[in-house]
Design a protein around this ligand. Structure first.
Ligand code: PDD
Length: 286
């Protein structure tokens, strides 16, 4: 089932708040022409940001990697303003930020002295009861580029994969590159095998996800063994638990994995995932 989502009442575009119908960007904006932009999604639990500095740090890293100059000092107060203007100052919500290289005559090389296009808005998110969700997940080939650490707006490979999953009645994809699971189309993947939690190491093949970092911290604190090692697709029979994580996904149990019209994994137990979920709940709801 596809969700129908609504537009926010107001967005912040290049210095002004306005209704989305009036928020216009040039056809020569490089995000429109090339997907030449970066985005970030930061969660707010009942109005309180969670890991704000990590999210802003990743935005900074990504903008520096693609050489878009940007003034970060304006961001924090604007994020809170976005929440209160949307009536979400006390609610579970998230703030979307997007920075593109701005408008320039079309060239593949970067224009000199770009003036970035900056968009921000807040939107409500259902962040409760994530522990109840059980996702049916499609295994897909990871045909994305080699810089998945850059949170680029150029998400065509992710959206094509996820469209295949959703239209087939699945909730998410797990992507496989060269025989190893990398991550989801919009989430990080974790596998429990022989009591050890596995997740792909950071690098160009996954996003350096903030929820991933939190889950690994929890593993250390709860003395749950983990390895930052890619899990091989051909060891599926040795998996005890699978879960995916993300800012809006939080920690969601994968109930089954499917490929080629067949179920290839079905969750039997979930003790480690449940411990992580409980601790995650405590850390986000302080
Ligand atoms: N997606 N991997 C990918 C490819 C993602 O798109 C995301 C998040 C994650 C999880 O990252 P984090 O824990 O920092 O949210 C991993 C966001 C929320 C999105 O595209 O809307």
């Amino acid at each position: 089932m596809k969700n129908t989502k609504s537009y926010p009442a107001e967005v912040y575009l290049n210095g002004n708040w306005m209704p989305p119908q009036g928020a216009m960007v040039s056809v020569f904006d490089r995000a429109f022409m090339f997907g030449d932009g970066i985005y970030e999604v930061t969660p707010f639990y009942r109005g309180k940001p969670f890991r704000l500095q990590d999210h802003l740090g990743r935005l900074k890293y990504c903008l520096e990697e693609i050489k878009i100059p940007f003034d970060f000092s304006i961001l924090e107060p604007l994020m809170f303003e976005a929440l209160s203007r949307a009536g979400l100052a006390e609610s579970d919500a998230a703030v979307y930020i997007q920075v593109s290289r701005g408008v320039a005559p079309r060239t593949h090389y970067f224009p000199d002295n770009p003036e970035p296009t900056f968009l921000m808005y807040a939107f409500p998110v259902q962040l409760e009861n994530f522990q109840e969700k059980r996702w049916k997940v499609l295994v897909s080939e990871d045909f994305r580029w080699q810089r998945c650490d850059i949170k680029s707006t150029a998400l065509l490979a992710n959206t094509m994969s996820n469209e295949e999953a959703i239209s087939g009645g699945f909730d998410e994809n797990l992507l496989v590159r060269d025989g190893f699971f990398t991550e989801g189309s919009h989430s990080t993947a974790f596998f429990v095998s022989h009591g050890i939690v596995y997740t792909h190491p950071e690098g160009p093949h996954i996003l350096s996800a903030i929820t991933r970092k939190v889950v690994l911290e929890i593993c250390r604190d709860l003395e749950i063994d983990y390895k930052e090692e890619a899990f091989p697709f051909d060891k599926i029979s040795e998996i005890e638990e699978i879960f995916v994580t993300g800012t809006t996904t939080q920690i969601t149990i994968v109930d089954s994995l499917h490929t080629g019209g067949k179920e290839i994994y079905s969750a039997q137990k979930g003790e480690i995932t449940e411990r992580l979920q409980e601790e995650f709940w405590g850390r986000t709801r302080v």
